[in-house]
Design a protein around this ligand. Structure first.
Ligand SMILES: Cc1cc2nc3c(=O)[nH]c(=O)nc-3n(C[C@H](O)[C@H](O)[C@H](O)COP(=O)(O)OP(=O)(O)OC[C@H]3O[C@@H](n4cnc5c(N)ncnc54)[C@H](O)[C@@H]3O)c2cc1C
Length: 305
């Protein structure tokens, strides 16, 4: 802990795929669970609020930034190794800061099947566990067998079956929403071997489908809203006449390519512009369909109520 560098007044827009938001008052990138624990202790002593950031691909950061300590779990915690099990399956150990797509690609390199969907998700492994990230019928919960996390007092290991995974949620997300500490440090996954050509073909197919249907060249945080039970958010937004809609020329727009994505064209919108558009979409969709969309995107910092 002694040498961990705590930076001050660090601009966060570059740490969010939305490419907007103000600075962090304090910012650190720990390399170990002990450093995470040390940062929490320090924050407690200094009375700083703490936010744990992965790759920022599901976060909208306030224009005021974050008036506390951002603990970024990134490349300093990106261990990746594999071990063949007696039954022929393979156990992968991944640090929370490892890009989830790198984990997916590594599985492909080892001819392991089940993580093909991960190759197209731009978050970290920790963020994928926290959100139970998923796509095209696969979810993180499908292969995670153990998660190591800091619970505010100690570093604990729990089984995948104890992680409370659900649609875009996990035990860690629930603890977080109750104001409790749960920092994912890494996971273990067990996957079976498959046919490398078939795995590679599936990865390519999913990538092509994503590129064809999603605005991957424009800043966003992916799907802005959760899928409401029995509906598709993008369809509800389209039905409300909002595909391609913008309130102004700030850059915040409902993507003309995929109505489920609010995008930041040219990276010129402020977080408040994005937020105003999100709120507008929620209201118009509710008026049109009676369904109230819930944000999948997580808010960081102050958005005024
Ligand atoms: C173009 C695009 C496409 C996307 N497609 C998909 C998709 O197909 N499926 C899907 O599920 N998501 C998708 N996403 C959303 C996003 O990539 C996932 O939600 C991802 O899991 C978020 O990971 P992250 O590391 O970026 O998390 P962040 O955005 O940094 O954080 C998200 C939440 O997780 C918490 N968190 C992150 N790391 C940790 C940690 N180590 N310990 C504790 N809490 C942590 C944060 O506090 C925050 O509350 C997409 C995003 C983009 C931009």
């Amino acid at each position: 802990m002694a040498d961990i560098n705590i930076l001050e007044n660090v601009p966060l827009a570059g740490y969010s795929t939305f490419r907007c938001g103000g600075p962090a008052k304090y910012f650190a990138e720990p390399a170990t669970g002990d450093e995470v624990a040390g940062l929490f202790r320090l924050a407690g002593e200094m009375n700083w609020d703490v936010f744990v950031l992965g790759n920022g691909s599901n976060c909208l950061i306030s224009d005021e930034g974050f008036d506390g300590l951002i603990i970024r779990i990134g490349r300093n915690m990106s261990e990746l190794k594999s071990e063949e099990l007696e039954d022929g399956r393979v156990k992968i150990t991944a640090g929370a800061g490892l890009p989830f797509a790198r984990f997916g690609n590594y599985c492909t390199e080892l001819s392991l099947t089940g993580a093909e969907f991960a190759c197209g998700i731009p978050g970290s492994c920790g963020g994928a566990v926290f959100m139970n990230a998923g796509a095209y019928g696969g979810e993180t919960k499908d292969f995670v067998t153990k998660v190591t996390y800091w619970d505010g007092e100690s570093i604990r290991d729990i089984e995948g079956s104890e992680c409370g995974f659900g649609y875009r949620t996990s035990l860690f997300e629930k603890l977080n929403s109750e104001g409790k500490t749960a920092v994912i440090l890494g996971f273990e996954a067990v996957l079976s071997k498959g046919n490398k050509d078939e795995i590679t073909a599936l990865v390519d197919d999913l990538r092509a489908r994503r590129t064809a249907s999603q605005p991957l060249d424009v800043p966003s945080a992916g799907s802005t809203f959760k899928r409401p039970e029995g509906y598709f958010a993008a369809k509800l937004i389209e039905d409300a006449g909002l595909k391609g809609f913008a309130l102004d020329d700030s850059g915040a727009q409902v993507s003309p390519k995929h109505a489920g994505f609010v995008v930041n064209n040219g990276g010129t919108a402020r977080a408040s512009d994005v937020m105003r558009l999100i709120d507008y979409v929620v209201e118009k969709v509710f008026e049109n369909s009676g369904v109230r969309l819930e944000k999948e995107v997580r808010l960081v910092g102050n958005f005024g109520g």
